[in-house]
Design a protein around this ligand. Sequence first.
Ligand SMILES: N[C@@H](CCC(=O)N[C@@H](CS)C(=O)NCC(=O)O)C(=O)O
Length: 200
Amino acid sequence: MILYGRNLSPFTRRVAIWLTLQGRAFERRELSVVDHFDQIAAVSPVARVPVLALDDGTRLIEAWAICDWLDMTAPQAALIPASGPARTAALQAVALGSAVADKVVALVYEKNRRDPALHYPAVIEKIERQIAGGLAALEALAPDHGWIGGDAPNGADVALVCAHDIAAATNAYLLKPGYPRLAGLAARANALPAFAATKP
Ligand SMILES: N[C@@H](CCC(=O)N[C@@H](CS)C(=O)NCC(=O)O)C(=O)O
């Protein structure tokens, strides 16, 4: 299997950590749409990462759909509970982490990449408010110690940490209000090889 995308993509990082926590062998192609558009367009019709190219040539897109395939094909190592309220709760945590990551990436495009002369303060402020709301919700989900997944990180832990870390890596001021439980979860996770090796 080949995973396309850089760790600076929180969606690609989520898939990379998922693969590693499941103990799967895979190759990386650390490409970004900004610098390698044509190479990514060659493997994804919408030219986005992550893309997971399977050994039979199938190419999967969208982090949630890739992780669903990973869990389906390795049920003994699944990172999301198979059914019931626990599954709904874990998927909602992943959705929230993913939504925060989405808005953090949107802020990178609007603020970090756009010429300051073309900044739209109202748009930036709206995105910052969306991120603040999402981070507060992630803080409420983050455990004081250990993992949402119990004895080991599950998909919810992975999504929360990826959201936290992309905010820290791109616009650290977003974390200034203080999210101590989320920060603690990220610190515990980043002490593990799967997270440490992919930290943006
Ligand atoms: N919903 C997608 C989001 C993927 C995404 O936004 N990827 C970004 C990198 S972080 C990308 O490829 N952006 C290029 C673009 O959309 O133009 C997922 O979960 O996989």
